[in-house]
Ligand binder design. Sequence first.
Ligand SMILES: [Ca+2]
Ligand SMILES: [Ca+2]
Length: 211
Amino acid sequence: MSAMNRKLIQNLAETLCKQVKHFDKTEAECLIRQFNGLLGEQAERRAAHGLDRVRFRNILHNTFGMTDDVMMDRVFRVFDKDNDTYVSVKEWVEGLSVFLRGTLDEKIKFCFDVYDLNGDGYISREEMFQMLKDSLIRQPAEEDPDEGIKDVVDIALKKMDYDHDGKVSYPDFEKTVIDENLLLEAFGNCLPDAKRIWSFEQHAFQEPHKH
Ligand SMILES: [Ca+2]
Ligand SMILES: [Ca+2]
Protein backbone atom coordinates (compact mmCIF):
# COMPACT_ATOMS: atom_id res chain seq x y z
CA MET A 1 0.00 0.00 0.00
CA SER A 2 1.41 3.38 -1.00
CA ALA A 3 0.59 5.11 2.24
CA MET A 4 1.85 8.66 2.29
CA ASN A 5 2.68 9.78 5.77
CA ARG A 6 0.69 12.42 7.55
CA LYS A 7 3.20 15.22 7.19
CA LEU A 8 3.59 14.56 3.48
CA ILE A 9 -0.17 14.69 2.94
CA GLN A 10 -0.43 17.97 4.86
CA ASN A 11 2.37 19.54 2.82
CA LEU A 12 0.84 18.39 -0.44
CA ALA A 13 -2.60 19.64 0.63
CA GLU A 14 -1.10 23.03 1.44
CA THR A 15 0.48 23.27 -2.01
CA LEU A 16 -2.59 21.99 -3.85
CA CYS A 17 -5.12 24.24 -2.17
CA LYS A 18 -3.09 27.25 -3.32
CA GLN A 19 -3.12 26.02 -6.91
CA VAL A 20 -6.73 24.83 -6.96
CA LYS A 21 -8.99 27.65 -5.89
CA HIS A 22 -12.17 25.71 -5.06
CA PHE A 23 -10.82 23.62 -2.16
CA ASP A 24 -9.46 24.70 1.20
CA LYS A 25 -6.60 22.88 2.90
CA THR A 26 -8.77 20.47 4.87
CA GLU A 27 -10.73 19.53 1.76
CA ALA A 28 -7.55 19.05 -0.27
CA GLU A 29 -6.27 16.77 2.49
CA CYS A 30 -9.49 14.72 2.37
CA LEU A 31 -9.19 14.37 -1.39
CA ILE A 32 -5.56 13.23 -1.16
CA ARG A 33 -6.46 10.61 1.45
CA GLN A 34 -9.35 9.43 -0.63
CA PHE A 35 -7.09 9.25 -3.69
CA ASN A 36 -4.68 7.05 -1.74
CA GLY A 37 -7.58 4.81 -0.82
CA LEU A 38 -8.57 4.50 -4.46
CA LEU A 39 -5.01 3.57 -5.39
CA GLY A 40 -4.89 0.93 -2.68
CA GLU A 41 -6.33 -1.70 -4.95
CA GLN A 42 -3.95 -0.92 -7.77
CA ALA A 43 -0.60 -2.73 -8.11
CA GLU A 44 2.10 -0.83 -6.26
CA ARG A 45 4.34 -0.04 -9.21
CA ARG A 46 1.49 1.54 -11.13
CA ALA A 47 0.04 3.21 -8.06
CA ALA A 48 3.16 5.36 -7.89
CA HIS A 49 2.07 7.07 -11.12
CA GLY A 50 -1.58 7.54 -10.24
CA LEU A 51 -4.92 6.15 -11.35
CA ASP A 52 -4.78 4.21 -14.60
CA ARG A 53 -7.40 4.45 -17.29
CA VAL A 54 -9.42 1.41 -16.22
CA ARG A 55 -9.55 2.41 -12.57
CA PHE A 56 -10.44 5.99 -13.46
CA ARG A 57 -13.22 4.89 -15.79
CA ASN A 58 -14.66 2.70 -13.05
CA ILE A 59 -14.85 5.74 -10.78
CA LEU A 60 -16.55 7.81 -13.48
CA HIS A 61 -19.05 5.05 -13.97
CA ASN A 62 -19.73 3.96 -10.39
CA THR A 63 -19.37 7.25 -8.56
CA PHE A 64 -20.37 9.82 -11.17
CA GLY A 65 -22.89 7.77 -13.14
CA MET A 66 -21.29 8.08 -16.57
CA THR A 67 -22.00 5.46 -19.19
CA ASP A 68 -20.72 6.68 -22.55
CA ASP A 69 -17.37 5.05 -23.51
CA VAL A 70 -16.18 7.88 -25.75
CA MET A 71 -16.98 10.45 -23.05
CA MET A 72 -15.30 8.47 -20.25
CA ASP A 73 -12.12 8.15 -22.31
CA ARG A 74 -12.14 11.82 -23.12
CA VAL A 75 -12.71 12.83 -19.49
CA PHE A 76 -9.74 10.65 -18.56
CA ARG A 77 -7.57 12.39 -21.13
CA VAL A 78 -8.63 15.85 -19.99
CA PHE A 79 -7.88 14.98 -16.34
CA ASP A 80 -4.51 13.52 -17.43
CA LYS A 81 -3.00 16.90 -18.25
CA ASP A 82 0.60 15.74 -18.68
CA ASN A 83 -0.56 12.90 -20.89
CA ASP A 84 1.39 10.14 -19.13
CA THR A 85 -1.66 7.78 -19.11
CA TYR A 86 -2.12 8.13 -15.34
CA VAL A 87 -4.14 10.61 -13.32
CA SER A 88 -1.78 11.81 -10.59
CA VAL A 89 -2.98 13.15 -7.25
CA LYS A 90 -2.48 16.72 -8.48
CA GLU A 91 -4.41 16.03 -11.68
CA TRP A 92 -7.16 14.39 -9.61
CA VAL A 93 -7.63 17.38 -7.31
CA GLU A 94 -7.45 19.84 -10.22
CA GLY A 95 -9.97 17.85 -12.23
CA LEU A 96 -12.33 17.48 -9.27
CA SER A 97 -12.20 21.21 -8.69
CA VAL A 98 -13.95 21.72 -12.05
CA PHE A 99 -16.07 18.58 -11.75
CA LEU A 100 -17.50 19.43 -8.33
CA ARG A 101 -17.31 23.20 -8.04
CA GLY A 102 -16.32 24.60 -11.41
CA THR A 103 -17.63 27.98 -12.52
CA LEU A 104 -19.54 28.12 -15.78
CA ASP A 105 -16.39 29.36 -17.55
CA GLU A 106 -14.35 26.46 -16.19
CA LYS A 107 -17.02 23.99 -17.20
CA ILE A 108 -17.22 25.42 -20.71
CA LYS A 109 -13.46 25.03 -21.07
CA PHE A 110 -13.64 21.49 -19.69
CA CYS A 111 -16.45 20.37 -22.01
CA PHE A 112 -14.77 21.97 -25.00
CA ASP A 113 -11.55 20.06 -24.27
CA VAL A 114 -13.55 16.84 -23.89
CA TYR A 115 -15.35 17.40 -27.21
CA ASP A 116 -12.26 18.45 -29.19
CA LEU A 117 -11.32 14.82 -29.73
CA ASN A 118 -8.01 15.41 -31.55
CA GLY A 119 -7.02 18.48 -29.55
CA ASP A 120 -6.62 20.80 -32.56
CA GLY A 121 -8.67 23.60 -30.98
CA TYR A 122 -11.89 22.97 -32.96
CA ILE A 123 -14.88 20.69 -32.68
CA SER A 124 -15.19 19.50 -36.26
CA ARG A 125 -18.16 18.04 -38.09
CA GLU A 126 -16.51 14.60 -37.95
CA GLU A 127 -15.95 14.87 -34.19
CA MET A 128 -19.58 15.82 -33.61
CA PHE A 129 -20.66 12.90 -35.73
CA GLN A 130 -18.51 10.48 -33.76
CA MET A 131 -19.78 11.74 -30.39
CA LEU A 132 -23.45 11.85 -31.35
CA LYS A 133 -23.36 8.47 -33.07
CA ASP A 134 -23.34 6.51 -29.81
CA SER A 135 -26.11 8.47 -28.17
CA LEU A 136 -28.44 8.68 -31.17
CA ILE A 137 -27.96 5.28 -32.78
CA ARG A 138 -30.68 3.63 -30.70
CA GLN A 139 -33.45 5.55 -32.41
CA PRO A 140 -36.10 3.40 -34.09
CA ALA A 141 -34.79 1.91 -37.35
CA GLU A 142 -34.50 4.55 -40.00
CA GLU A 143 -33.51 3.90 -43.59
CA ASP A 144 -30.08 5.34 -42.98
CA PRO A 145 -29.34 6.07 -39.31
CA ASP A 146 -26.28 8.13 -40.33
CA GLU A 147 -28.59 10.59 -42.08
CA GLY A 148 -30.36 11.39 -38.82
CA ILE A 149 -27.04 12.08 -37.10
CA LYS A 150 -25.90 14.27 -39.99
CA ASP A 151 -29.08 16.31 -39.56
CA VAL A 152 -28.31 16.83 -35.88
CA VAL A 153 -24.72 17.81 -36.72
CA ASP A 154 -26.03 20.36 -39.23
CA ILE A 155 -28.38 21.82 -36.63
CA ALA A 156 -25.56 22.01 -34.07
CA LEU A 157 -23.23 23.70 -36.55
CA LYS A 158 -25.87 26.18 -37.61
CA LYS A 159 -26.43 27.07 -33.97
CA MET A 160 -22.79 27.20 -32.81
CA ASP A 161 -20.61 28.17 -35.75
CA TYR A 162 -20.74 31.94 -35.34
CA ASP A 163 -17.82 32.72 -37.64
CA HIS A 164 -19.04 30.33 -40.36
CA ASP A 165 -15.84 28.40 -40.96
CA GLY A 166 -17.56 25.01 -40.75
CA LYS A 167 -16.25 24.04 -37.31
CA VAL A 168 -16.75 25.10 -33.71
CA SER A 169 -13.89 27.05 -32.13
CA TYR A 170 -13.60 27.77 -28.43
CA PRO A 171 -15.08 31.29 -28.80
CA ASP A 172 -17.98 29.79 -30.81
CA PHE A 173 -18.66 27.23 -28.11
CA GLU A 174 -18.32 29.73 -25.28
CA LYS A 175 -20.75 32.16 -26.90
CA THR A 176 -23.24 29.35 -27.55
CA VAL A 177 -23.25 28.08 -23.97
CA ILE A 178 -23.38 31.54 -22.40
CA ASP A 179 -26.48 32.22 -24.55
CA GLU A 180 -27.98 28.86 -23.73
CA ASN A 181 -26.52 27.01 -20.74
CA LEU A 182 -28.30 23.78 -21.60
CA LEU A 183 -25.95 23.32 -24.54
CA LEU A 184 -22.95 22.90 -22.20
CA GLU A 185 -23.12 19.12 -22.60
CA ALA A 186 -24.49 19.16 -26.13
CA PHE A 187 -22.24 16.37 -27.42
CA GLY A 188 -22.33 14.01 -24.47
CA ASN A 189 -22.61 13.77 -20.70
CA CYS A 190 -19.17 14.55 -19.28
CA LEU A 191 -19.94 16.30 -15.97
CA PRO A 192 -21.59 14.79 -12.88
CA ASP A 193 -25.10 15.91 -11.93
CA ALA A 194 -25.90 17.78 -8.70
CA LYS A 195 -27.01 14.68 -6.81
CA ARG A 196 -23.79 12.78 -7.57
CA ILE A 197 -21.72 15.81 -6.62
CA TRP A 198 -23.57 16.14 -3.32
CA SER A 199 -23.08 12.51 -2.38
CA PHE A 200 -19.43 12.53 -3.46
CA GLU A 201 -18.76 15.56 -1.25
CA GLN A 202 -20.68 14.11 1.67
CA HIS A 203 -18.50 11.06 1.50
CA ALA A 204 -15.16 12.74 0.74
CA PHE A 205 -15.39 15.65 3.16
CA GLN A 206 -16.90 13.96 6.19
CA GLU A 207 -15.14 14.65 9.47
CA PRO A 208 -12.50 11.95 9.87
CA HIS A 209 -13.01 11.80 13.65
CA LYS A 210 -16.79 11.36 13.63
CA HIS A 211 -18.00 7.88 12.91
CA1 LIG B 1 -0.90 12.32 -15.73
CA1 LIG C 1 -10.81 18.87 -33.14
